[in-house]
Design a protein around this ligand. Structure first.
Ligand code: SAH
Ligand code: SF4
Length: 369
């Protein structure tokens, strides 16, 4: 039975056309589902009774099942969702003054195997469907309630003002489902988020960055982690396929269409690996022609990772070299550490398909500020 959370507006209109229903009916139902958080066709009072009956018989509105809901002392909230087959993914909400960010997962596990990432350690299980991606936002909105009760959030009455595709998985390796989900996030009949407030984070799949620019240019974050190919090959193996020169060129092409005039480079700081003054200076040279900001993420440890977080002073010094070269560099605060919701700690429960020696279920996702 079709799950209507799987459709963006065009997809829903096409499905309605198959029922011989007009496109405005799709818009109406879209608003009920996403603006009202409604999953009961019977309650859609301005939808013709006959159509409601058809929908009840032929469709459903089903978000992933909630397995766990944890609240951190700092207000960060983490949900664990069942995505079937003994797999679970995590979604994290990070409240801050004036905004609320939802960190959304795109895959159960990840095939890209970055050396420092708990999700990568688990191997790849499967792509999430559009309904499972959108369903994270749909359910989080319901669980958080309207903004008025909390005194924060957006003018539209919602607590979630920003979405970042920085949970488990590589969003651009699940391109079609992620883009359909992004379209729902942006649609005025659904969540109405501006392109600047929706961010895709990628480890650097160059052809998919180009496709995103054509099909759905939202804010772009690129996980850089190293200033040269030799080190990046080691930390983020996707670099062997798409080396830094190609990645930088793709970022510049993206900026021709992007809603922001810079790319955000994420840089996980690993003690003694990529955190020296020389690395910082090499980064300055690398990005000279690419308008960007840096988001430094002190490594979040997990068992048997083989990496450590640099001392605060080292991170500060690294940031200051970037700043002195005129590059805005912020250091990501670790949020939700007490509920294992920090960047790179999101693990859900993903069945390991790779049988990597160190693979194990880990809490795995990080959140971004
Ligand atoms: N796959 C995408 C998005 C998910 S990861 C990507 O790689 O960009 C979101 C961010 O968390 C990435 O920048 C990733 O490198 C970072 N990350 C992964 N493991 C981490 C860890 N253990 N500590 C800190 N950040 C980590
Ligand atoms: Fe996948 Fe991103 Fe983790 Fe790399 S950092 S393994 S791309 S989720």
């Amino acid at each position: 039975m079709p799950n209507l959370l799987d459709y963006d507006l065009d997809g829903l209109a096409a499905w309605f056309a198959g029922l011989e229903e007009k496109p405005f009916r799709a818009r109406q139902v879209m608003r009920w589902i996403h603006r009202e958080g409604c999953d009961d066709f019977g309650a859609m009072t301005d939808v013709a009774r006959a159509l409601r009956a058809k929908l009840e018989a032929q469709a459903e509105i089903r978000a992933p099942a909630l397995l766990r809901d944890s609240l951190s002392a700092d207000g960060t909230r983490k949900w664990l969702f069942d995505v079937g087959g003994a797999n679970a993914v995590e979604t994290v909400f990070i409240p801050e003054a004036g905004r609320g960010t939802l960190c959304v997962s795109s895959q159960a596990g990840c095939a890209l195997d970055c050396a420092f990432c708990a999700t990568g350690r688990q191997g790849f299980n499967r792509n999430l469907g559009t309904a499972e991606i959108v369903g994270q936002l749909w359910l989080a909105n319901k669980l958080l309630g309207p903004a008025g009760e909390r005194g924060d959030g957006e003018d539209n009455g919602r607590v979630i003002s920003n979405v970042v595709m920085m949970g488990m998985g590589e969003p651009l390796a699940n391109f079609d489902n992620v883009v359909a989900a992004l379209r729902v996030m942006l649609d005025d009949h659904a969540y109405g988020l501006s392109r600047r407030r929706v961010t895709v984070s990628t480890s650097g799949i160059v052809p998919a960055i180009d496709r995103l620019r054509e099909e759905c240019p939202v804010a772009l974050a690129v996980s850089l982690h190293a200033p040269d190919d030799a080190l990046r090959d080691r930390l983020a193996p996707i670099n062997r396929k798409y080396p830094l020169r190609d990645l930088m060129a793709a970022c510049r092409r993206y900026l021709e269409r992007a809603p922001r005039d810079f790319v955000t480079f994420e840089y996980v700081m690993l003690a003694g690996v990529n955190d020296s003054d020389a690395h910082a200076r090499a980064l300055v040279a690398l990005v000279r022609e690419t308008p960007c900001k840096f988001n430094l993420i002190p490594f979040n440890p997990f068992p048997h990772s083989g990496f450590a977080r640099p001392p605060v002073e080292r991170v500060r010094r690294f940031a200051s070299i970037l700043s002195e070269a005129g590059i805005v560099a912020t250091t990501r605060k670790t949020r939700g550490g007490d509920v294992a919701a920090a960047c790179g700690q999101l693990a859900g429960q993903v069945q390991d398909r790779t049988r990597r020696a160190s693979a194990r279920p880990l809490p795995m996702m990080e959140v971004c500020s």
